[in-house]
Design a protein around this ligand. Structure first.
Ligand SMILES: NC(=O)c1ccc[n+]([C@@H]2O[C@H](COP(=O)([O-])OP(=O)(O)OC[C@H]3O[C@@H](n4cnc5c(N)ncnc54)[C@H](O)[C@@H]3O)[C@@H](O)[C@H]2O)c1
Length: 317
């Protein structure tokens, strides 16, 4: 049973202008925490955090001097800035390692020198590679099959090693598929922004294989909540798998997205299965539940409705 610790007074959020970071920043502000964001705006948007009473530092986490200044006076760090995605990392492996590994070490060194003792690190289910058991618990074998998976795992190891060496409380949260407000469609897009884009443009959506493959989608608001719980309740350095704990098929997801878009007339095209695609994926979140008191909202349909409403507004549709 965990004991509630005091909330940090001043925090640094790296990558705070991004999809997940900006949702976390909003939650922290609502909780009365003073927030400094450090982001180079490579994939983040200032409009995600505009009008929030925060301090913003534009810069790269690979710049050691800048990071050292950014951790000054900070009680806890949420580290989200990263080079993101399996496909992108295959195209740019050096940049991926530079930002995700050396950037993380930079931050750890700065934290150590400044005496910051609590860090919540955004890790990823990509560290597991091929999925062998279901649901996926923290001790599932970790054999990443992309440079991104390797760099996120390497950063986790650095986090836990610094925790051990310097008595820091570092919590690694391994996110599964996150969706929600501020998630934009891009060239490396996730399935929900792709469906939203296609549906709202009136274009057919493509489902690879039978569509009976399953995924665990977690709402970004639950991810933000888990970060806050990790910062306020975790007693010691540890790793946690973070999903909704539920899985749904891609066919069901497509029908929920159609419902949320209000557009049912769009054609669904079935394409051959993608090579190497994982068939089933679901997080075992019992450890986050028992240690952190984490309880995700299971209502994906209302989460999708909120997302589609935001997506339309963002695109002026
Ligand atoms: N979205 C998901 O489904 C998912 C799943 C697993 C893990 N994650 C992890 O969550 C974190 C946040 O991801 P996101 O989905 O919000 O992506 P995002 O691209 O929206 O956010 C990343 C933010 O980091 C900033 N950034 C990138 N490189 C930087 C650098 N060198 N210096 C400073 N800032 C930099 C970007 O500008 C952006 O604002 C990442 O660490 C990612 O690995 C995300």
């Amino acid at each position: 049973m965990s004991i509630k610790l005091k909330s940090p007074r001043k925090v640094l959020v790296t990558g705070g202008a991004g999809f997940i970071g900006s949702n976390l920043v909003r939650l922290l502000v609502e909780q009365g925490v003073s927030v400094r964001v450090m982001d180079n705006l490579s994939t983040g948007y200032i409009k995600n955090i505009e009008n929030l009473p925060i301090e913003f530092v534009q810069g790269n986490i690979c710049n050691a001097n800048l990071v050292q200044d950014a951790v000054d006076g900070i009680d806890a760090i949420f580290h989200l800035a990263a080079h993101i995605g399996n496909v992108k990392s295959l195209e740019h492996p050096q940049e991926d390692a530079q930002i995700n590994v050396l950037g993380a070490v930079n931050l750890l060194e700065a934290a150590r020198k400044a005496g910051v003792q609590r860090i919540v690190y955004s890790s990823s289910a990509a560290i597991f590679g091929e999925l062998l058991t279901m649901p996926i618990a923290e001790d599932h074998p970790q054999n990443p099959d992309s440079p991104y998976g390797v760099s996120k795992l390497a950063a986790e190891k650095y986090m836990l090693t610094f925790a051990k060496l310097y008595n820091m409380t570092v919590i690694c949260l391994r996110y599964f598929n996150v969706y929600g407000v501020h998630q934009r469609y891009d060239a490396y897009g996730n399935v929900i922004p792709i469906f939203a884009d296609r549906l709202l443009m009136g274009k057919p959506i493509t489902i690879y294989g039978t569509g009976e493959q399953t995924r665990d989608f977690i709402n970004v608001k639950d991810v933000a909540k888990a970060n806050f719980l990790a910062a306020t309740r975790a007693q010691q350095a540890d790793v946690y798998n973070l999903g909704s704990g539920f899985d749904i098929t891609i066919n069901t997801l497509a029908s929920y997205c159609q419902e949320a878009s209000g557009i049912k007339a769009v054609e669904i095209v079935n394409a051959p299965p993608r090579q190497g695609e994982v068939l089933h994926c679901r997080a075992d979140i019992s450890k986050a539940r028992s240690d952190l008191g984490f309880e995700p909202n299971p209502d994906i349909r209302s989460g999708l409705q909120e997302y589609f409403n935001w997506f339309k507004k963002d695109r002026n549709i």
